[in-house]
Design a protein around this ligand. Structure first.
Ligand code: CP3
Length: 354
């Protein structure tokens, strides 16, 4: 396997020294880019784009052509896993993801099985291989999956939700049933992420967008425990290099301290916790990734530079910081504004490293 030209991301995730802070952006391939919208229109719909390795590779590469980013992230979605479990994922424009067969009874939970991951999700592993070939060692490729709880919210509610009423009722009234759901999704996710790593993913991130909607004890029992199971069973080394694991629980706050104990390498932090405070929660255990408020990208170039400066200063000196937004970039952002952010990280971050 060829060496990487730029391995700053992998080094920073392992808290090794780097000359500047590496960065990538959650949802860096997406609708804010006109070239993405063009390929997406050509593909017809979002899932057809995900299922076509050449087109998925093309949109993965698009942000790297525009910006000096230190990683690519596989273009796919977290809901491919429940789709592979037979739920029938589809997208309705303006309404987000939906499932034809949501999991809404005890019998439906009990009927769920770990699918044949190679057969059902082979298109993802093909995309990983295609992207690695196209990247040709320039920057590392990040693979990803959703957390079992975050996937579970969509599986049980049948789509996006504000209150998570059904799954929270399950946590309160039928906790063993929710344990069972978490376990089967975790077991599938272990096979899925290990196959991404086998195909060439050089780091992996678990997106736990909704885990912090639970009260802390329930967060620990359902979301944290199922992510712990995944962390314990992932392939952690390949071709002589460690495969860093990043856990991103949006809104984790003080629960970052619990997440840091899982044995992951890094934690994503959203913008509601300062990086300085996050460092106090986690000590020297893990690297931190984040956390500029995505809304800052709607402001002026000066305000964006200021936001970058404050984020870097909040983490402060020393290794173990990967710059990112605190959540994904939104479709309304002017692509030039992301350029301002990227340039500011390159310009302002060396002073925080020896
Ligand atoms: O970061 C990247 O560039 C990689 C690609 C990626 C997508 N989704 C592409 C996508 C990743 C990592 C995700 C993760 C994801 N998907 C999460 C967790 C992270 C987060 O942002 O909280 C969640 C909750 C989902 C589920 C999902 N998929 C939603 C809620 C939506 C949005 C629906 C909408 O219309 O706004 C999607 C669709 C989706 N996934 C899009 C993209 C680029 C937009 C689809 C389109 O092009 O029409």
């Amino acid at each position: 396997m060829a060496e990487l030209d730029n391995d700053l991301l992998l080094r920073a995730l392992l808290r090794e020294p780097v000359p500047r802070t590496p960065l990538w952006i959650m949802r860096q391939a997406g609708r804010y880019l006109p070239e993405y919208r063009e390929v997406r229109a050509k593909a017809g719909d979002f899932m057809s784009l995900c299922r076509n390795p050449e087109l998925a590779c093309e949109v993965t590469m698009q942000p790297l052509r525009r910006y000096k980013l230190d990683a690519a992230i596989l273009f796919s979605d977290i809901l491919t896993v429940p789709d592979a479990m037979g739920l029938g994922l589809y997208f309705v424009t303006g309404e987000g993801p939906k499932f034809r067969n949501p999991v809404q009874t005890a019998d439906a939970v009990k009927a769920l099985r770990v699918p044949d991951v190679e057969a059902e999700l082979g298109y993802v592993f093909d995309a990983v291989q295609t992207i690695r070939r196209e990247l040709d060692g320039k920057v590392p490729l990040i693979g990803f999956a959703g957390s079992p709880f975050t996937c579970g919210t969509y599986m049980v509610e049948g789509g996006s939700s504000r209150e998570f009423a059904t799954i929270r009722r399950m946590a309160a009234e039928a906790p063993e049933l929710l344990d069972r759901l978490m376990n089967v999704v975790a077991d599938t996710t272990i096979e899925y992420l290990n196959a991404q790593i086998e195909a060439g993913a050089q780091a992996v991130q678990i997106f736990d967008t909704w885990g912090a909607a639970l009260e802390p004890d329930d967060f620990r029992r359902f979301s944290l425990a199922s992510m712990q199971k995944i962390v314990d069973r992932l392939t952690r080394e390949k071709d002589g290099r460690r495969i860093p694991v990043i856990l991103f629980t949006k809104g984790a706050g003080p629960l970052l301290a619990d997440l840091a104990q899982t044995g992951c390498d890094a934690l994503g932090v959203d913008w509601t916790t300062d990086l300085a405070t996050a460092r106090e929660y986690v000590g020297d255990k893990v690297a931190l990734q984040g956390n500029l408020d995505p809304a800052t990208l709607r402001e002026s170039p000066g305000a964006i530079r200021q936001g970058v400066a404050e984020t870097l200063a909040s983490y402060g000196k020393g290794p173990g910081h990967v710059f990112n937004l605190g959540h994904g970039i939104t479709p309304d952002i002017d692509p030039d504004n992301l350029g301002v952010l990227v340039d500011a990280v390159h310009e302002l971050s060396p002073q925080y490293h020896d």
